[in-house]
Design a protein around this ligand. Sequence first.
Ligand code: PEP
Ligand code: MN
Length: 369
Amino acid sequence: MIIVMKADTRPDSPEVGRIIALAESFPGVSTQIHHIQGATRSVTEVYLLGSTGVIPATPFEEFEFVEKVVRVTEKFRAIGRHAGGLEAVGFEYNGVRISQDTLHVFAGVCAVDERKNIDETFAALAQHGLTTTRAGVYKPRTSPYDFQGLGAACLPWLFESAGKHGIKLICMEITRESHLEEIQQALAASGQATGVMLQIGTRNAQNFELLKAVGAQTELPVLFKRGMGITLEESLNACEYVASGGNRRIVFCLRGMKTNLGDPHRNLVDFGHVPVVKRLTRLPVCIDPSHSVGRRTTGADGILDIFHVTAQGVIAGANLVLVDVHPRPEEALCDGPQALLLPELEHLLDDIAIARRAYEERLARARRA
Ligand code: PEP
Ligand code: MN
């Protein structure tokens, strides 16, 4: 059972204290507080844990400071919508608002290599008004002989360059808990020149200790990439690990499924699940067309496959697009074959804008129905 407090009720307020006291007066019931700083308002929720089936809703509903009482109907206790009972509130971090209604493009390098490439990339993003990017520093690679990322050594100049070009948010994969501390230290040393969203890669989708670690801190948001060979339900449960630890600033990312049935694409594109994840959970949904398609092939119509699948995700309501670019893909140390060229950014952004307008028209049409 979840008690949703009226907007902007502080988690440490006397009102929340009264809810806790009432809840814990029932035998075997304990409580957990969740505070979500949304884009326009904050929401405090009190979760009742234990044998809550017999607890009546009325005594809670009678408080004037309670918005509503929601019975948990699904498995995804923290991230779920519970039969439409809970709204998606989104979050704001370092001045960037992310929710199920917004759209942001995180264009950037798969792996950080040389400073000149980063400076050039960030300058191109700034030119197009983008303040969000991706940059891999810790790279989980299939072969131990492949480039493993520059690691913490590049963080000072990476953050400095980001700050210089007005980048507010870098999506960056971590593969172990100590990377989180390295990032936090480097951000502090840079004077918080930028912000970081911690990426959990598909290979770590069920690394429960790592999920608990990013869930136990609430400073940095988390982008969780769907497991490439597990069910959607299993991936959502993995995400639940992050949320149940206390961190509700989570984005769910679709990045394609590993199967030969998707050939010749690198992965089978799964962007049909954008509305599914938005319906089942309160999480904003990201699409990663680069790791889905994995190549720079062009359709018979002259449009890159990567553009086509991006449009498919955006027209279905995706909230983030995570896309690889590189100033010189042939020199990239990781995933060069799927990187877009910097001059292609303009075309990509125009194409995304077309798909977004179409989504908004579809939305308006559906609301009139
Ligand atoms: C990446 O984004 O660079 C990456 C490794 O993605 P994934 O975990 O989806 O393979
Ligand atoms: Mn990659």
